[in-house]
Design a protein around this ligand. Structure first.
Ligand code: COA
Length: 386
């Protein structure tokens, strides 16, 4: 294993095409622009057989919100093994190196969109949330706006990137959001420079959208107030003379679903993502918790890949903040025992009852399950795909 450098990019691109299919010349150019700055940061790992590249894995720098507070998250992407080298453990080697590198880069957790589950599950990632692509009627959105156009919108340019990130932080914090992330500023700049993406900004929200054939594809729409949500959605919906539908990544309880005049059947396609704690204590300390729920309990965790996460942890949660402190095995207490995948899914809001019946949690009591389920309660989603 070694870090990839600019000299490796042709081999990386060849491997990538063999894994995910061809890229257009425009996409190759955009890919090079996005990849080049992250190479010196040790965010692109290569597995070699002699001098021949056999596998890759990339770690994107993200912030991910959990109950309204951001933690540092490594988004794993571009996991590829050359076709002729598959099935001999290269994928596993890549994942073990990726976990270690996430820790070195200061990411307290990691997430990824799996094309296949077992490779990641064997290494501690577990199914946690989804990207919900919801198809809405364009005309139903058009009519959400007010005639006086109360909210001022302006076009976004690449220089607005810091403002977009500030808005995400404010909206996700106030909404106590779980799961959505803010992407690396450098990536956002490259995307916003694409002439086929249209972006509009209000004081407390923004939208980025594009045409998809005769329909509209909303990449991101966040709004901190009803007035801004109405203004942004109706701007998108104003395409309804041409577009019949608008497809957008939404929160599970996205406010637009309560603004629409009609709602009976939701058309949702879910792309699942998996999540792994990398530094359990920092991740527990960094996340938000609902005010009014508390925990004071010990859990046991087994993390074969990162033994620093293994052992007994005292979880203390109160007044919206939490800590995890390593402790000795408590005498005589009924301690719940989690696999690393199980505790990662718990962190992401998967209820202990489900984890127990899936074999990711044993021991403990139904009362401790209730407490853990309440403090980590979340309906995690993501807007971005990577
Ligand atoms: C997925 C991929 C990275 C796995 O690499 P690999 O070197 O063959 O993986 P390993 O030999 O280390 O196998 C690890 C585990 O994954 C499983 N696995 C590998 N390829 C798989 C596939 N296509 N479908 C389901 N499981 C698969 C293996 O069976 C093994 O699990 P097991 O121990 O329970 O048998 C490789 O097949 C690849 O590059 N595929 C195309 C691109 C892709 O899908 N990348 C993942 C994007 S999220």
């Amino acid at each position: 294993m070694r870090d990839l450098s600019a000299d490796d990019l042709n081999a990386v691109l060849d491997n990538r095409k063999r894994a995910f299919g061809p890229l257009s010349p425009d996409n190759v150019e955009q890919w090079r622009k996005m990849i080049s700055p992250i190479l010196p940061e040790g965010r692109y790992l290569g597995a070699f057989d002699g001098t021949r590249l056999v596998g890759t894995s990339r770690i994107n720098r993200y912030e991910q919100w959990w109950h309204g507070r951001p933690i540092s998250m490594g988004g794993v992407a571009s996991v590829t093994v050359a076709p002729e080298d598959r099935g001999r453990g290269v994928g596993g080697l890549l994942m073990r190196s990726t976990i270690e590198r996430c820790a070195e880069l200061g990411h307290v957790a990691s997430a990824l969109y799996p094309a296949t589950t077992p490779l990641y599950r064997h290494h501690g990632w577990e199914h946690a949330g989804a990207r919900n692509r919801v198809t809405l009627p364009a005309e139903g959105l058009r009519t959400l706006g007010s005639r006086d156009g109360g909210v001022k919108l302006r076009r976004v340019g690449p220089d607005d990137v810091p403002e977009l990130r500030r808005i995400l932080g404010r909206v996700y914090g106030a909404a106590r959001a779980s799961g959505p992330m803010a992407t690396d500023e450098r990536f956002l700049r490259v995307w916003l420079a694409d002439e086929n993406d249209y972006a509009y900004l209000a004081d407390d929200g923004f939208v980025i959208y594009r045409w998809d054939g005769d329909d509209i594809d909303v990449d991101t729409l966040v709004a901190g107030s009803e007035a801004t949500a109405r203004a942004l959605w109706s701007l998108v919906g104003s395409a309804s003379s041409v577009a019949r539908t608008v497809t957008a990544s939404l929160e599970p309880d996205d406010p637009v679903l309560w603004l629409l005049r009609e709602r009976s059947t939701d058309l949702v396609e879910q792309r699942r993502w998996m999540f792994r704690l990398v530094d359990l204590a920092s991740a527990v300390g960094g996340r938000g918790y609902p005010a009014g729920v508390a925990a004071d309990t010990v859990i046991e965790v087994d993390d074969p890949q990162r033994p620093a996460n293994s052992g007994f942890w005292h979880l203390a949660v109160a007044s919206g903040a939490g800590t995890a402190t390593a402790v000795r095995p408590p005498a005589g207490a009924e301690v719940p025992r989690f696999t690393i995948g199980g505790v990662s899914a718990l962190y992401a809001g998967v209820q202990p009852g489900a984890l127990r019946r899936a074999g990711l949690l044993t021991g403990g009591t139904p009362e401790i399950d209730d407490v853990l389920g309440a403090v980590f309660a979340a309906k995690p989603y993501m807007i971005d795909y990577f």
